[in-house]
Design a protein around this ligand. Structure first.
Ligand SMILES: [Zn+2]
Ligand SMILES: [Zn+2]
Length: 146
C-alpha cells in the first residue's frame, strides 16, 4: 500500500489551510502519510525525536491539534484513552484486533459521506470502529489450538 511522500503536496495542503509549513510540521505530516498505523502522539514523538533531537513533545501535541482543527488529519477515538492520528481522509473504517491490539484500515461498504444528513442531523465526520480478531491472530490461534 504505502503512499508516496510528495513534499510539495504536503506544503500545498498546509498552505491551503493557512498553516505555515515549518520543518517540524512537515516532518509530522510526512510521518503520518508514510506510516499508516494510526500512531498516537507519543509514538510520533518517540520516532521523530531520534532523527530530530530538537523535537519537543509539546510541539508534536500542538501540531497534531492544529492539523486536526484545520481538517488536514483525522483524530480517531479508540476505546482506550488514546487518540490516534492519520492523514488518510478518504472514507474508510477501522478494525481493532482485541488480541494483538493492531488497528488497521478496512473498507466499509456504503459509508456515509461528509455533508450528508442522518435523520435531519448534518454529518461532519463519520467513524467506524470494528472490533474483532484479526486474520493473523486467527491463524495463530488455530495453529496453537488456542
Ligand atoms: Zn491480531
Ligand atoms: Zn485509517
Amino acid at each position: 500500500m504505502g503512499m508516496k511522500i510528495n513534499l510539495k503536496e504536503i506544503c500545498d495542503t498546509l498552505n491551503r489551510v493557512g498553516i505555515r509549513p515549518t520543518h517540524q510540521r512537515i516532518e509530522i505530516m510526512k510521518y503520518l502519510v508514510k506510516h499508516r498505523v494510526h500512531p498516537t502522539a507519543e509514538m510520533i514523538y518517540t520516532e521523530l525525536k531520534t532523527a530530530i533531537p530538537t523535537f519537543s513533545k509539546t510541539t508534536v501535541y500542538n501540531t497534531l491539534k492544529l492539523l486536526e482543527e484545520k481538517g488536514v488529519i483525522l483524530a480517531l477515538a479508540t476505546d482506550e484513552d488514546q487518540v490516534r492520528y492519520e492523514a488518510d481522509l478518504s472514507p474508510h473504517g477501522h478494525f481493532k484486533c482485541v488480541r494483538c491490539g493492531e488497528l488497521f484500515d478496512v473498507g466499509i461498504p456504503e459509508m456515509v459521506s461528509p455533508a450528508l444528513e442522518i435523520e435531519g442531523n448534518l454529518v461532519l465526520e463519520y467513524q467506524v470502529l470494528v472490533k474483532g480478531v484479526c486474520r493473523q491472530c486467527r491463524t495463530t490461534a488455530e495453529t496453537n489450538g488456542d
